[in-house]
Design a binder for this molecule. Structure first.
Ligand SMILES: [Zn+2]
Length: 284
């Protein structure tokens, strides 16, 4: 699933190609993409408008159109945006025709991706406010903000990180990588870290996301850059998807277990398992 670095990689690639272009036509081939809006309502609201800005909030791509119309796209599990894709590109759900003759396609084999419309900046902020917490690359993610958000929470720290209402944009890959960098076990109750560990984790989340961004994102399923090129961060994973391999720091074998229904990877030497949980990793 594309996370913040993958979505930001797409945004950086597309922004210079889309900004100041006009959407001549927007064809929604799969009505499920924009539910509860019907495709014609979405097309009518966007077609003929100039794209002023392509921004990102959490894992949402926010297309700011003239007249304060905002089209929000979420890639979910397998969505990809391709610039000038082959006409027969598979799993095409939406096609944008631009006024310079170029084309943008939203392709998505599993069809969980979405397009939503917000009319006016207040509607946009209200939409995002209930869905997204701290934007981790905006400088607001610190040990003390993380500690305040986690206070009193007994659920696992990994599940806490995956909740977009706490830290926006972190998913399964970057949660595993950040917890490893911070030396925090994924099953530690979120509210139980020491102050220094919240600070380390805040730094580790930022560092893991920036490393992912530097590598052009991770391609483990369908994620592609808009020109079809794969990201390379999957070759730099410290723990994610490395079960049975040695930890790069201490050589201990990395283990896999399940936290909140998600496959989770850790080095239990660098990331000591909380005592209350004890025993062997579950689901290993
Ligand atoms: Zn280790």
């Amino acid at each position: 699933m594309p996370e913040l670095p993958e979505v930001e990689t797409i945004r950086r690639h597309l922004a210079p190609r889309l900004e100041d272009r006009r959407i001549d036509a927007l064809a929604v081939h799969d009505p499920r993409w924009c539910l509860p809006l019907v495709p014609a309502a979405l097309s009518d609201a966007c077609a003929g408008r100039r794209i002023e800005r392509l921004e990102r909030r959490g894992k949402y791509l926010v297309t700011g159109l003239e007249g304060d119309v905002f089209l929000l796209m979420h890639l979910r599990m397998t969505g990809t945006l391709l610039y000038d894709a082959a006409p027969d590109a598979s799993y095409r759900r939406v096609t944008f025709g631009l006024d310079d003759g170029h084309e943008l396609a939203f392709c998505d084999p599993r069809r969980f991706g979405t397009g939503e419309l917000c009319l006016g900046p207040e509607a946009l902020e209200a939409f995002l406010a209930v869905r997204l917490g701290i934007e981790p690359l905006g400088g607001a993610l610190t040990g003390s903000t993380l500690r305040a958000l986690a206070r009193g929470r007994r659920g696992p720290i990994k599940a806490f990180l995956l909740d977009q209402r706490h830290v926006a944009g972190v998913g399964n890959i970057y949660a595993d990588e950040a917890l490893h960098r911070a030396g925090v076990h994924p099953l530690r109750p979120a509210g139980s870290l020491r102050p220094g560990q919240y600070a380390a984790l805040a730094q580790a989340v930022t560092a893991a996301l920036l490393a992912g961004l530097d590598a052009g994102g991770a391609t483990i399923d369908d994620f592609r850059h808009p020109d079809g090129v794969a990201g390379g961060f999957q070759h730099e994973f410290l723990v994610h998807r490395r079960a049975g391999e040695p930890c790069v720091t201490c050589q201990t074998t990395i283990v896999k277990f399940v936290v909140g229904g998600r496959g989770t990877y850790a080095c239990e030497c660098c990331q000591p398992r909380p005592r209350a949980w004890g025993g062997r990793p579950r689901g290993a």
